[in-house]
Ligand binder design. Structure first.
Ligand SMILES: Cc1cc2nc3c(=O)[nH]c(=O)nc-3n(C[C@H](O)[C@H](O)[C@H](O)COP(=O)(O)O)c2cc1C
Length: 332
């Protein structure tokens, strides 16, 4: 049986690629992982392997699609399902101008009937996958709760979607960069709690600005799951206790020693088997920079793993050497 979405790692463009997801999976066995958003057109017309390839052992894992043409999303979803994803998520939360130009992402919140058609088309094309949606609590300067309830209520009436991931702030479609849109519109967690209250039968996942295990525990009093983005990227060891704390796991947690060796083994294998596909050490270790967050030797680790000269040699051993240097520095 698949674990619940009690915890999940947010989809993050350029960040939650398969190398990051591999690292996250070494730290937590049960947390759901999300890919970066992939444009439906890229899946249909591009090299599917490039966009859909994942590592064994990543599941439970969801692929996020961007798009607004039901027929395209259906074609893409069919391919995604063949790659063994558990879930396909539709992006209705991204405010970037590029995405708006393609008339998808957050601006889809203005077109709920179209969103319903998209979700239904995806579900028909990929019956084995759960189809879910990630959206905001509203658009622009709108402040009322009701439009959010209406949006979700319409989708409940018109689709079989049962899982709603809600980034608890509005998307401002004009005047803010995507980065500012993740920080400036105020967080309204109470709207997400209220949504769960209105639709108790739905799986409601809260997202936005959540950074600690204590905050996660507090949110779980009100909703079914918590999705974490930036903090899990910049401080991956935040995930270290999640299986025990939030999934009741009794197997031992990972530790730095085990993790560093697992990452070394992974990098070595990738360099041996995937070099012809252009895989280089930097593609992997760039995601490892935050691993030692809070430890004494964190600076050494970051410096070694981002040193262009050292990376150029493409030796997986660099990971072990950086770890050794940390240990030497703390015992010196
Ligand atoms: C670098 C970066 C890329 C992102 N890319 C996506 C994306 O592809 N799809 C998406 O739905 N959200 C994307 N997001 C938003 C996150 O999924 C999440 O909703 C947001 O960061 C708020 O959560 P947090 O405060 O825990 O980071 C991205 C965020 C960041 C920082």
């Amino acid at each position: 049986m698949k674990p619940k979405r009690t915890l999940s790692i947010a989809p993050m463009l350029d960040w939650t690629d398969r190398h990051y997801r591999h690292m996250a999976r070494q730290i937590t066995r049960h947390t759901w992982l999300y890919t970066e958003m992939i444009n439906a057109g890229a899946v249909i017309y591009g090299d599917p392997d490039r966009f859909l390839r994942k590592n064994d052992g990543e599941n439970p894992v969801a692929l996020q699609l961007g798009g607004s043409e039901p027929a395209d999303l259906a074609r893409a979803a069919k391919k995604v399902a063949q790659y063994g994803y558990d879930e396909i998520n539709l992006n209705c939360g991204c405010p970037s101008p590029r995405v708006q130009k393609g008339a998808f992402g957050a601006c889809l919140m203005k077109e709920v009937d179209l969103v319903a058609d998209c979700l239904n088309a995806m579900q028909d094309a990929a019956p084995m996958c759960e189809i879910t949606i990630k959206h905001r609590i509203g658009l622009d300067k709108q402040t009322e709760y009701q439009p959010l309830e209406d949006f979700v209520g319409t989708l409940v009436a018109k689709t079989t979607c049962k899982t709603f991931i809600v980034h608890a702030r509005n998307a401002w479609l004009q005047g803010l960069s995507p980065k500012e849109n993740r920080d400036i519109p105020p967080l309204r967690y109470d709207y997400v709690y209220r949504l769960k209250h209105t639709f108790p039968e739905l799986e409601i996942i809260i997202n936005g600005g959540i950074k600690t295990n204590a905050e996660i525990a507090e949110h779980l009093q009100h909703v079914d799951g918590v999705m974490i983005g930036r903090e899990a990227y910049h401080n991956p060891m935040l995930m270290q206790h999640w299986d025990k704390l939030f999934y009741g796991e009794t197997l031992p947690e990972t530790n730095y020693e085990i993790l560093v060796h697992a990452l070394y083994d992974y990098a070595k294998t990738q360099l041996n088997t995937n070099a012809q596909n252009g895989v280089i050490l930097r593609h992997m270790v760039r995601h490892y920079l935050g691993l030692m967050h809070g430890l004494n030797g964190a600076k050494i680790w970051r410096r070694m793993l981002s040193d262009a000269k050292l990376l150029r040699n493409n030796r997986a051993e660099l990971i072990l050497e950086a770890w050794e240097n940390i240990q030497n520095s703390t015992t010196a």
